[in-house]
Write a protein that binds this ligand. Structure first.
Ligand code: LFR
Length: 487
């Protein structure tokens, strides 16, 4: 019988549900619903609306039920690090804080007074970013946050939504690894780190790995959706973990760039790579599927454009890209990872201000802003790739760009030019595909990731970009390095 896998893929600015089915010709994906996701600012803090996300998932499930299609299982992936507190009675205690909330600025240094930075990094291999759950939890603890004080269980976003659907509480490994509370070697929650933030293992759900069953839809959910007791599978709950599982590579000699709100650039390894270099360069070792590790770095990605675009009404991406294409090259550059771009009130102004204070021409037109963003991203990719080449256990011959950003021809070409190796772009729905893959493996319809990658390689159209104008990009790289100011 034909098996349909219902993938829920939630990003920081938008979410979608997708029905994935394997056919003779490969993998077929049908989008069921797509919706926006917003940071909600209340009293100077930023939250996510988990109930709205839940409602969209229910809507998606209903749409499939009404269409008469069957669903074999459901899997949920989301962005990393954020979580909800659940009380003893099973109720969610507050909407989850969003990782861009400024309450964690300076939080790592406060924690490191009790447990050193090197010890935290040596155990987890996770790059220090102030929004990692460990720092969020420590901030809430210091602030005597009422939700944390009343919490019985902490559930990460995908696990919290699975809980709302099934009533079962789990802690899935890939999403937990983003928290900086998992030991990279034992692949379990690390008691010393839990203790450092005042928690115990009993404050988390049953620990599971991708492919394990969370539970089945509760009777209430069955009733409102019109579906049966369908299993919910823990996929790679971390979106980047699902996306990288779907890189259409046939060997290991590649780097990937998972391109969405963030640009995640890295390589896949069989074991954690935790040493003095990875620590000083602040590279992360996130947990992946089939025991793999993603040695990568977060780069501020399409967030720069998504946020700038808020000032530009309904202008389409293709219009903005063509305006960038006809703008002057290398007029002004920014460091995409400068702190000033983390959550500015006005992104366009923040970019202009950066150019002004670094003595560069200030972009005035939209096309100039967009060109500045794309060129700066491509040059930052080059910088991170240089580090990766030194750290990676494998040679890097190709860059696979996956995710929504892989549809951006201009940026793909800029990237190939900047890094001077070929860029292979696609699939753009890598995260949903990875999510479906893990469900298919759990259902016995697929055997392993390598086989799935071959299938994606065969059945999804990919575009290759060869490097061009490399001399001009070499000169621009020097210009880029000169415009970087200390964070
Ligand atoms: C991408 C992502 C990144 C994570 C960031 C914040 O969507 O999951 O991997 O570092 O969001 O959670």
């Amino acid at each position: 019988m034909k098996q349909n896998f219902f993938a829920v893929d939630l990003g920081a600015t938008s979410g979608r549900t997708i029905l994935g089915t394997f056919t003779e010709s490969g993998l077929e994906l049908k989008e069921i619903n797509r919706f926006s996701n917003h940071l909600i600012e209340v009293g100077g803090h930023f939250y996510w609306d988990i109930y709205a996300l839940y409602r969209h998932i229910i809507e998606g499930l209903k749409l499939v039920a009404h269409s008469g299609e069957s669903i074999t299982s459901v899997g949920i992936d989301t962005w990393g690090v954020d979580f909800v507190c659940v009380g003893k009675d099973g109720n969610l205690l507050r909407q989850p804080y969003a990782y861009r909330d400024p309450h964690t600025v300076g939080a790592p240094e406060v924690l490191f007074a009790r447990i050193s930075r090197s010890e935290v990094y040596a155990k987890t291999g996770i790059q220090i970013m102030n929004f990692n759950s460990i720092f969020q939890l420590d901030t809430l603890r210091r602030n005597q946050d009422s939700a944390l004080e009343a919490t019985d269980k902490i559930l990460f976003m995908p696990d919290a939504l699975s809980y709302m659907l099934t009533g079962e509480m789990v802690t899935e490994y890939t999403i937990a690894s983003t928290a900086q509370l998992v030991n990279a070697y034992t692949r379990r929650l690390e008691p010393d780190l839990l203790e450092a933030v005042g928690l115990k293992e009993k404050n988390f759900g049953r620990f599971v790995f991708p492919g394990e069953k969370v539970g089945v839809l509760t009777e209430k959910v069955q009733k409102i959706t019109g579906l049966g007791a369908i299993p919910v599978i823990a996929v790679a709950g971390h979106d980047t973990g699902s996306a990288v599982a779907a890189v259409p590579a046939l060997d290991r000699n590649f780097a990937y760039l998972s391109s969405g709100t963030w640009s995640l650039m890295g390589v896949e390894t069989d074991a954690p790579v935790i040493n003095a270099e990875t620590e000083s360069l602040n590279f992360t070792n996130e947990g992946g599927v089939e025991g793999t590790i993603r040695l990568l770095k977060n780069i501020c990605g399409m967030w720069l454009l998504e946020r700038s675009r808020l000032n530009w009404g309904e202008t389409s991406y293709s219009e903005l890209i063509s305006e960038a294409e006809t703008s002057e090259p290398f007029r002004s550059l920014i460091n995409p990872d400068d702190d000033c771009f983390a959550n500015p009130v006005n992104m366009e102004q923040a970019i202009m201000e950066y150019c002004r204070t670094t003595g560069q021409p200030v972009p005035e037109r939209r096309g100039q802003i967009v060109r500045c963003i794309f060129e700066s991203l491509a040059l930052r990719y080059r910088q991170v790739l240089e580090n990766l080449c030194a750290l990676s256990p494998h040679p890097i011959e190709t860059l696979h760009v996956i995710g929504g950003g892989s549809r951006n021809d201009l940026l793909n070409q800029f990237t190939a030019n900047a890094i001077d190796i070929p860029v292979v772009a696609g699939p753009s729905e890598a995260t949903a595909i990875g999510n479906v893959m893990i469900q298919a493996m759990a259902a016995g319809e697929a055997t392993d990731v390598a086989g799935m990658r071959q299938l994606i390689h065969r059945s999804i159209p990919l575009n290759t970009y060869q490097p061009r104008d490399t001399e001009a990009w070499d000169a621009a790289y020097i210009q880029f390095k000169n415009c970087i100011r200390p964070n």
